[in-house]
Design a protein around this ligand. Structure first.
Ligand code: PBG
Length: 337
């Protein structure tokens, strides 16, 4: 009988030992909570495809931000869900200084000065066709005009910076979008505002529940001419290199779970902070399985977020942020994992 000389189990015997050798930590410090801002006052409209998530009016967005701060979550990411009548072909509502995201940004800035406010800079919530920019008139099949979209993106970035954004998060995957945002911000006197670049955003079906939430399913065509092909990993690194050279402050991989290999590769590739977006479909999967009693939801949430951190993400944009922060506060991270 050959006995093992090295016994890894020695360091797993007690929780104290396990804590000493634990390589990855999970805390609310790493979370960014997305907030969907809709018109009205006192509105909390449940999002059917994302159980537990709501669209909120500006006043309720402030309450959400306050709750995040109380739970130790340092940042929120704002999305606007305007009325259909505010939508047009180019999404001009996105750079309306009085728009929902801008209003919510100002209100949160005022009520919670220490909150980090990130704003999604894109057009799909604001266009009648649901694409992430200006659709080319000719061509017919709905490709997005890169450079015309960039011009508008510069307006969005400045409008959001004016409304108090700490982080501008361009998510449309247009070529050159980081340099255009950087230049526009610097010219307008916002050189202190940082860019959280959606560098490797894949053409994923896991955005499905979000599109229902934000009403952004493209009315025709698809997003595969601007978002990354799920088959490609090297291309993600090229996109990251470009965004870094254009002045990104943080680079992002999205979605997170199905692209943990990409998160890990990006971590190796850059010394900038790395964010991962744990998207709506990833959230909905856990909710659906838990509703059927097939998964221990609390443990599944913490294990999911831990896996994203282990892959190399510094920060995680996640709809689980508030519930995970509560679980961590209750000490369930250690006792139950
Ligand atoms: C696009 C955008 C998307 C998400 C946020 N902003 C994706 C898309 O529809 O292509 C997805 C977020 C999620 O699924 O959680 N501006």
């Amino acid at each position: 009988m050959q006995y093992p000389e090295y016994r890894p189990r020695r360091l797993r015997r007690r929780e104290g030992l396990r804590r000493l050798v634990r390589e990855t930590s999970l805390s609310p410090d790493h979370f960014i909570y997305p907030i969907f801002v809709c018109p009205g006052r006192g509105v909390r409209r449940p999002i059917e495809s994302m159980p537990g998530q709501v669209q909120v009016s500006v006043d309720e967005a402030v309450a959400e931000a306050q709750e995040c701060l109380e739970l130790g979550i340092p940042a929120v990411l704002l999305f606007g869900v305007p009325d259909d009548k505010r939508k047009d072909a180019v999404g001009s509502e996105a750079w309306n200084d009085g728009g929902l995201v801008q209003q919510a940004g100002r209100a949160i800035r005022k009520a919670c000065p220490e909150m980090v406010v990130a704003m999604d800079a894109c057009f799909d919530e604001y266009t009648t066709h649901g694409h992430c920019g200006v659709v080319m008139p000719e061509g017919g099949w709905g490709d997005v005009d890169n450079d015309a979209t960039l011009e508008n993106l510069a307006r969005v970035a400045v409008s959001q910076a004016k409304a108090g954004a700490d982080l501008i998060a361009p998510s449309g995957m247009m070529d050159g979008f980081v340099s255009v945002v950087r230049e526009a911000l610097d010219e307008a006197g916002y050189d202190h505002v940082a860019i959280l670049a959606y560098s490797a955003k894949y053409a994923s079906c896991f955005y499905g529940p979000f599109r229902q939430a934000a009403g952004t399913a493209p009315g025709f065509g698809h997003r595969r001419t601007y978002q990354l092909d799920p088959a490609n990993g090297h291309e993600a690194l090229r996109e990251v290199s470009l965004d870094v050279s254009e002045g990104a402050d943080i680079v992002m991989v999205k979605p997170a779970l199905l692209y943990l290999d990409v998160v890990a590769a990006v971590r190796q590739h850059t010394d900038l902070p790395v964010a991962a977006y744990n998207v709506s479909g990833e959230y909905a999967m856990l909710k659906a399985a838990a509703e059927r009693g097939w998964l221990d939801y609390d443990r599944a949430v913490l294990e999911t977020l831990l896996s994203i951190r282990r892959a190399g993400a510094d920060m995680i944009i996640t709809y689980h942020a508030k519930e995970a922060a509560r679980l961590l506060r209750a000490g369930q991270g250690e006792a139950r994992s």
